[in-house]
Write a protein of this length. Structure first.
Length: 317
């Protein structure tokens, strides 16, 4: 039989084809029997062997068949009603399943699917509307169905149409750009920075991540630098002078007392201690007798001009 194939619009995952046998012929014998130049051999059904003269038949590859034999041996069974699909019925088939045209319907709403988009869910045929109502997610903004194949955004178990996922401040679609959630609101990065983010004490720009706090004020890590040499101080020891941060080296060079023995700054960092006498200062490990080098920390000493002597060395003078 010839076949007419028609795909259904939007069919998922395939298409439906229609077929019907179309070779139906009446052979009529002449009044006086076979005439000269006409068929003289017998013309019988290939199955039941009955004559096909004066009857409709269907020509198959292996021979002609009368209508009852064709239906009995070649007709398919409808997957819906379980009855044979006769030669005179329009037949639809989808993934090795065959249907009468009037049986190919949505399992939920009974709508004909012959010319409608459809899908198959757990062996059930569903029209697009029923599939979307039952299985598709709803947009949390407009509460409408997010149709299969449409662009959508998902976050934290919720779904939006792409055009419904907008910044709570500027009301513009966020799309594929970065965003920052705040309770039930969502902000594009520029709006969030403008509305909520703290500003760096030095550059006054928004500080969205990282950073350091000094004197209860926020700083970008790259902005928190030594007032003297501009070396970054994040993660480093530092001190301050007149509320300005300094690295140890700059503070020592600019403001720290100098050791009278080694002339290096006395910063007091690292647990260091120092000794002061009159207008002079020494590191603990530098406060030694100028003659014998004995440590004078916690001991009596005798000043001799610019030198400091232990009592034993001073008695030799």
């Amino acid at each position: 039989p010839c076949q007419e194939v028609a795909g259904l619009r939007g069919a998922v995952p395939g298409s439906v084809s229609r077929s019907c046998p179309s070779i139906c012929v009446d052979l009529l014998a002449g009044e006086g029997g076979p005439q000269a130049g006409t068929m003289t051999e017998c013309f019988d059904c290939d199955n039941c062997k009955e004559s096909l003269y004066g009857r409709k038949y269907i020509q198959m590859d292996n021979g002609p068949y009368c209508i009852p034999c064709y239906d009995a041996h070649f007709a398919n069974t409808c997957d819906e009603c379980k009855e044979l699909i006769g030669h005179d019925c329009r037949e639809l088939y989808y993934e090795d399943r065959h249907y009468h045209e009037h049986c190919f319907r949505c399992f939920r709403c009974d709508r004909s699917l012959a010319d409608e988009p459809f899908t198959c869910q757990d062996e059930e045929l569903l029209c697009n509307d029923c599939y979307c109502n039952e299985f598709s997610s709803k947009c949390v903004a407009c509460e409408k169905t997010v149709m299969p194949g449409s662009r959508k955004l998902e976050y934290n178990g919720q779904t939006w149409h792409e055009h419904c996922f907008i910044c709570s401040s500027c009301q513009q679609p966020i799309g594929s750009r970065s965003f920052i959630p705040d309770k039930k609101d969502y902000y594009c990065v520029p709006c969030y920075e403008s509305k909520f983010a703290p500003r760096c004490t030095r550059c006054k720009k928004s500080l969205t991540k990282g950073g350091v706090t000094y004197r209860d004020e926020p700083w970008h890590k790259e902005c928190f630098v030594c007032t003297g040499c501009k070396t970054p101080l994040a993660g480093q020891q530092f001190t301050s002078q007149d509320d300005n941060p300094y690295c140890i080296k700059c503070f020592g060079n600019l403001y720290a007392k100098k050791c009278s023995a080694c002339t290096k700054p006395i910063t007091g960092f690292g647990g260091g201690k120092y000794v002061s006498f009159e207008d002079r200062h020494w590191h603990h490990n530098c406060f030694n007798c100028a003659r014998c080098k004995t440590s004078l920390v916690g001991k009596g000493f005798i000043p001799d001009n610019d030198e400091i002597l232990c009592r034993d060395c001073s008695s030799d003078l």
